[in-house]
Design a protein around this ligand. Structure first.
Ligand SMILES: Nc1ncnc2c1ncn2[C@@H]1O[C@H](COP(=O)(O)OP(=O)(O)OP(=O)(O)O)[C@@H](O)[C@H]1O
Ligand SMILES: [Mg+2]
Length: 328
């Protein structure tokens, strides 16, 4: 195929693209007299695409690097390696002024919204603050839009005069969502937005996110431990282990045709409510799982013979990539 043809085939840019993203932290070791450092590679070589109007799940055990990946994408911390592309623009090294323009397009909701909601502000002020920061509208227009958004996330307009401490956990998440979406971003990073909530409230917040996603054509990176929520909400799933993405596939393929032992061990850990369906669980250590990289025969690859260089992630089916060793 000629280059010109290849370019014609390229679709609209993805909403968010992470390319080879990595983050190392320097940790102090030893004591005062023998200080030293070790380097912790919290995130390594993450390639992740969030298409427009899609929800991508990011799952993995505690400490696997999900939050670090999310806050790097937002440029709240600087990556050690790699690039962040937002709507087809490389934002990795943009300076503060330029970045501010792009920040409008990407917002975040965290698990613990209480700390993000200033206790001294009314909810109307909290939700309107992004408009204020970006100088959008008059004060009256900002308040009006904030009250509209409180309604849109299922709270009465009268909540505008209340304060964060007067709210339940679910109501606080609604406010955090209103505040994140009032600027009409293209991308929302949702980092465990429901994991502090009761089951019934959790379902309501998930439904709300789903409705808003459809209404606004939002692209969401949904970070979660909760695999049943991930299964019902997302289009594709990336599985993180030890700072790397080890498998990525359309959601159903992750749940019915996973190829990486770590993905399987995550799925095995989902509680099964009906005791008759309970399987014997095998708990495997991180080292065991690291040593157990899947081996895939080159002849089994859908793309025909293996490339001359071993890629880290091998494509085993359409849009399904897994960390594996290709054998000849
Ligand atoms: N500022 C920091 N300094 C040093 N180490 C850090 C820092 N932030 C994160 N880490 C380490 O990086 C690794 C990844 O952490 P991260 O918070 O991204 O994991 P996570 O997948 O979000 O976990 P969880 O599911 O518990 O939220 C962990 O080992 C963590 O201790
Ligand atoms: Mg986290």
């Amino acid at each position: 195929m000629s280059t010109a043809n290849a370019q014609v085939k390229i679709a609209a840019p993805a909403a968010l693209e992470l390319k080879g993203l990595g983050k190392s932290f320097r940790l102090k070791t030893g004591g005062f007299f023998r200080p030293g450092y070790v380097e912790l590679k919290a995130v390594r070589d993450v390639d992740l695409t969030v298409p427009k109007n899609a929800i991508v799940g990011l799952v993995g055990e505690s400490g696997s690097g999900k939050t670090t990946t999310g806050i790097m994408a937002l440029r709240l911390i600087e990556p050690t390696t790699g690039e962040i592309w937002l709507d087809g623009e490389n934002i990795t090294t943009l300076e503060a002024g330029e970045l501010k323009r792009h920040r409008r397009k990407m917002q975040v909701v965290f698990q613990d919204s209480y700390s993000a909601l200033d206790p001294m502000f009314t909810l109307a002020q909290i939700v309107a603050e992004p408009l204020h920061i970006h100088g959008i509208g008059s004060a009256a227009e900002q308040t009006d839009l904030a009250l509209d958004w409180l309604e849109r996330v299922g709270l009465h307009r009268s909540f505008g005069n209340r304060y964060p401490h007067e709210l339940s956990g679910g109501q606080r998440q609604r406010v955090a969502i209103a505040r994140a979406l009032i600027l009409q971003p293209d991308v929302l990073i949702a980092d465990e937005p429901t994991s502090a909530l009761d089951v019934s409230v959790k379902a309501q917040i998930i439904n709300l996110l789903q409705d808003l996603q459809e209404d606004m054509g939002l692209s969401i990176l949904f970070i979660s431990h909760d695999l049943s929520v991930v299964r019902s909400l997302t289009d594709t799933v990336a599985v993180m282990f030890n700072g790397r993405i080890v498998e990525q596939a359309p959601t159903e393929a992750i749940f019915t045709d996973s190829r990486h032992p770590y993905t399987r061990s995550l799925l095995d850990a989902i509680p099964v409510l009906n005791p008759r369906h309970r399987r014997a669980r095998t708990f495997r250590s991180r080292d065991e799982l690291e040593a157990d990289k899947p081996q895939i025969a080159a002849s089994d690859l859908p793309g025909g013979p293996a490339p001359s260089e071993q890629p880290r992630l091998v494509t085993v089916a359409p849009d399904h990539r897994v960390e594996a060793v290709v054998t000849q």
